[in-house]
Design a protein around this ligand. Structure first.
Ligand code: UD1
Length: 439
């Protein structure tokens, strides 16, 4: 398995462009299953998770041609409605094909994803919603088999006990082709839901309220081809804010949706970062000499995202004082803490609360990445640490960050990827300073 070797201590400076969003691309690509017409999706990031979903779609019969970030997808000749374990186990978001398949073909067989490193991640709300729309759902041999009633799914009122991003997306897609009206209450409000609704609307779907906690979908009998350009990845954008914060850096982060980051930016500002918008979709972030301690509590959007918890914790390891970090979305999302402790962090755990006592320095060490965002947290710690760190098992990182080592190297980081066979990839940095860009 590849690893990253980072020599910490550089104050990162320069310009970085944020790629298309992983969490928006996946449901949008799954939504193309709702139509036999050709769909076009632009600005799709080159990530392993996107590759996994493409593999799944192809296994169902999708014809996909890809030119850089532009995907042309035809789902005219779907010959299977089964998402196999071998693909689903690699990526839980594979379950997003369930709603579209049942809605268009009346049936789907999707492997149960099982738990993952950050938590049990059940899909009970996805399944209950489909049942409420009239589907018969059977769990057998590790697979969910969902069958729509004669005449197709029927619109209904669905009330979630907690807002789930994936369940909102799955049921919103299913409801587009159901008869009558579906109302999802206590729906997730994440920007990716609003984005999916826009993509579905481009197909002729009738959706109101996406981005609020009540979404109404008036079913239509068929949908046309989807056309959509994926928005920038808000978590990648926020990760670079954390990188500037932890390295006393000075970054111009381009292609960023500022209105999706309000809560996060406020926290980094409180921690002492200088943050100023540069036009509509760029942000300049300057990290302070010493970060201030800030408490956070993860919550569904617009709260502080769980997907930024590890990166924020890495910053707080070097803050001036004690910060409390509460994880309220996933039950097991603190696996980066023992790794940070190996680098000299002072963190004590009490259930879903981490108490981080800022230290004067972190020191480089060999650490193990345990999930996607934990990997990002460890990179931030390594960039800020004294000496050399090795981050092992970075395949998690390749699921969700496009060319991270190239982007970091262009900002002045001393970083290289060591391949499984022992060969290393050293990137020739191409550094453009914010000042040279006229800022
Ligand atoms: C999505 C994101 C993930 C992010 C998470 C929370 C994608 C591809 N992934 O994951 O990066 O961390 O939102 O912001 O967009 N739950 C149930 N039953 C269900 C569904 C969920 O109990 O049927 C629980 C989960 O265990 C979790 C909470 O609801 O505790 C939120 O999960 P959910 O919003 O569904 O996360 P994902 O859509 O899987």
């Amino acid at each position: 398995m590849d690893k990253l070797v980072i020599e910490g201590g550089a104050k990162l400076q320069g310009i970085v462009e944020i790629s298309g969003s992983k969490n928006a691309s996946l449901p949008v690509l799954a939504a193309t299953l709702l139509t036999a017409e050709e769909s076009i999706v632009e600005n799709v990031p080159a990530l392993n998770d996107v590759q996994t979903l493409s593999q799944l779609l192809r296994s169902l019969g999708s014809q996909i041609t890809r030119d850089e970030g532009v995907f042309l997808i035809s789902n005219q000749d779907i010959h299977s409605v089964e998402a196999e374990y071998d693909i689903v186990r690699k990526m839980r978001a594979s379950v997003l094909v369930l709603g579209p398949l049942v809605a268009r073909f009346g049936k789907a067989r999707v492997s149960l994803p099982g738990g993952c490193a950050i938590g049990a991640r059940p899909i009970d709300m996805h399944l209950r919603g489909l049942e409420q729309m009239g589907a018969k759902v059977v769990l057998e041999h590790g697979y969910v088999e969902a069958t729509a009633p004669e005449g197709g799914l029927v619109g209904t009122r669905i009330v979630f006990e907690i807002p789930s991003v994936g369940a909102t997306e799955n049921l919103m897609m299913a409801a587009c082709l159901a008869s009558g009206t579906t109302v999802i209450e206590n729906a997730a409000c994440e920007p990716e839901i609003e984005e999916l609704a826009r993509a579905l609307s481009s197909m002729g779907a009738k959706i109101q309220g996406a981005g609020t906690n009540v979404i109404q979908i008036d079913g239509v009998s068929s949908l046309s081809g989807l056309q959509h350009c994926v928005e920038a990845d808000r978590i990648e954008g926020a990760t670079f804010v954390a990188i500037a914060a932890a390295t006393q850096g000075d970054l111009l982060i381009k292609n960023i949706q500022l209105n999706h980051l309000e809560n996060i930016l406020m926290r980094f500002q409180e921690a002492g970062c200088e943050i100023s918008p540069e036009g509509a979709n760029a942000l300049r972030v300057r990290g302070p000499e010493k970060l201030k301690n800030i408490d956070i509590q993860t919550a569904p959007y617009p709260g502080f995202p769980t997907d930024m918890q590890a990166q924020f914790m890495a910053c707080m390891c070097l803050a001036d004082g004690i910060s409390h970090i509460e994880e309220d979305i996933w039950e097991n999302r603190f696996m980066h803490t023992p790794e940070l402790v190996r680098m000299g962090a002072d963190i004590s755990m009490n259930g879903n609360l981490a108490v981080v006592r800022g230290v004067s320095k972190l020191t480089g060490a060999s650490v193990m990445a345990t999930d996607l965002r934990a990997s990002a947290g460890l990179i931030i710690a390594a960039l800020a640490a004294e000496g050399v760190s090795e981050i092992l098992r970075i395949y998690h990182l390749d699921r969700g960050y496009v060319k991270i080592e190239e982007k970091l190297s262009n900002l002045g980081a001393c970083i290289k990827r060591v391949k499984q066979d022992g060969s290393s990839v050293v990137i020739q940095p191409h550094i453009v300073m914010p000042a040279e860009a006229g800022i």
